[in-house]
Design a protein around this ligand. Structure first.
Ligand code: SAH
Length: 249
């Protein structure tokens, strides 16, 4: 297997005692937060992998290469932040794997030219996907039902200063009528049915992407287009998202 540098980079002991190498440690490429490595190189590799997996929307790949995923996970998981794996974010919830985040963004943007308009995200979680969305949409409204995660996302996102991301604490099954109509709605949690509020709050010409339980009892990605003639629904690949729950906690 090809040798990949870990993240954060691990210096062996011999390296740290050699003065010549110590100079490398203090180079500007080293992350001042002590995370070790200039993470853009690791992200670039992640994006290359996404492209190799068939993801191709340049705006989405650019966004995935920009957002520092390692800032959204616990320090013990930083090493895995750019692996194609979902990771725990606390309170029994998970951040989706990069491939799934990118796939959903591509579906949202399919056929769009330029950035999307207002987007509603259900399930802010740690705030990672909201940060990615902020690069492909003009405004992002993101709702979380767990206070602890809503606050965590707020803390995580502070660093990025994204004026177009609006974090809301509430039950996302009700949508967020004040921001409607939305060019796109994306859910990071899967329910039995698509809430009527989402369909109502979607703009004509807009698209909804959400994991939903299908007839065979399994979760699949559901894409719904709202047209002047009505809704057009497609069921795509099987997925595994945390459950969509009603109410706040
Ligand atoms: N996009 C998130 C993924 C979080 S996991 C990220 O990047 O981290 C899905 C989230 O959906 C969980 O935090 C869960 O609490 C939340 N959720 C589930 N049902 C919800 C609802 N009705 N309203 C708002 N959030 C909900």
């Amino acid at each position: 297997m090809a040798q990949r540098p870990g993240f954060p980079i691990k210096l062996d002991q011999k390296t740290t005692v050699k003065p010549a190498k110590v100079a490398v440690v203090s180079s500007p490429a080293i992350n001042p937060l002590g995370l070790g490595l200039d993470s853009s190189a690791v992200r670039r590799r992640m994006v290359e992998k996404l492209a190799a997996q068939g993801l191709k929307d340049p705006m989405v790949l650019q966004a995935m290469g920009t957002v520092e995923r390692h800032r959204f996970v616990e320090s013990a998981l930083v090493n895995q932040a750019y692996e194609d794996t979902s990771l725990p974010i606390g309170l029994g919830q998970t951040i989706s794997k990069p491939n799934v985040v990118a796939r959903m963004m591509e579906l949202l943007r399919e056929g769009a030219t330029g950035k999307l308009g207002r987007v509603l995200e259900i399930g802010t979680g740690c705030g990672y996907q909201a940060a990615v969305l902020s690069h492909i949409a003009t405004e992002v409204y993101s709702i979380e039902r767990l206070k602890g995660l809503h606050e965590k996302a707020r803390a995580n996102l502070r660093h990025f200063r994204l004026p177009n991301v609006h974090l809301l604490f509430g039950d996302g099954m009700l949508g967020y009528p004040k921001g409607a109509p939305y060019a796109a709605i994306i859910s990071a949690a899967g329910g039995e049915n698509l809430p009527q509020a989402w369909l109502d709050q979607l703009a004509v010409g807009g698209r909804l992407v959400a994991p939903t339980v299908t007839a065979n009892g399994q979760q699949a990605l559901m894409v719904v287009d709202k047209t002047a003639q009505g809704f057009k629904q497609s069921v795509l690949e099987a997925v595994h998202f945390v459950p969509l729950k009603s109410g706040i906690s």
